[in-house]
Design a protein around this ligand. Sequence first.
Ligand code: RIB
Ligand code: CA
Length: 310
Amino acid sequence: MTIATPILFDCDPGHDDAIALVMAHRSPAIKLLGVTTTCGNAEVKKTTANALRILEYIGAGDVPVAQGCHRPLARSLVLGTADGPSGLEGSPYLPQATIKPVDQHAVDFLADKLRASPEPILVVATGPLSNIGLMILKHRDVLPKIKELIWMGGVFYRKSEIITPTEFNAFCDPEALKIVLDSGVPILMVGLDVTMQVLIEAPQYAELATIDTPLGKLVNDWLLFYEKLHRNSMGVGGAMHDPLALALAIDPTLVRTRPAHIGVDLTGTYAFGATVADFWSERGEKDNARIAHEVDADRFFKLMFDLLGD
Ligand code: RIB
Ligand code: CA
């Protein structure tokens, strides 16, 4: 009997966040205590509306959703374009939600859930860290209740031309990232180094086509829209950034990690928001995160499709 791991999920749905949300709800290994939303892939009102409509559609309308930051903590608002004007294009038949978010800001909702828990809780964050950073500033007492922050963000190895020195979630709110990195909270960083190794290409679409359910169709339609920016700009399929981060709450052995001190550039012109790792302690600073640097893509996709299937 699997004992479900309680998690709090902070996200900016967003197509890949949406698939991660579906996986979290459908996994017997996860108990979704709450969802909080932030700006990033779209304005926070849209990411909140998307979180609500996804949860209601998949039968998880009882999971509380708390809306969060409408802009980054310091820099000006940056919005992604990969997910279209609504933040979740490609499924016009997905109804708007009838359920509403809780009447509490995400930052206070997260803190209350952490305080109320008898045990430290896993927090999975798949967007900019504005809510997490602000919670750390406002509710420092809850930090010991964060078992680990699994964050999709950052990039460390320039293995090929498709890796930029900055990653979107870090770039959107680098000041929030610095607050989190300096907080002492245990962090597992799931960056482009591994997420760009789990791309949706023909074999994955073929596997998805075997899931002959409304959910299978919905995810397929999401992926066909989501992949456009990747295909046009990098010539590759859509990357399962956030689903991989969420999957590590279910099976942390999907990746290999190594400790490092990670800094974030807050003054650069071309590298503003870049995450800079020191694997050899050359800066003499204490390691502040574990970095995922290898992924078992085949096992990840098996887990993902098992969760999306019947
Ligand atoms: O860089 C990838 C990240 O940016 C993912 O979380 C995706 O949803 C976008 O927010
Ligand atoms: Ca995201």
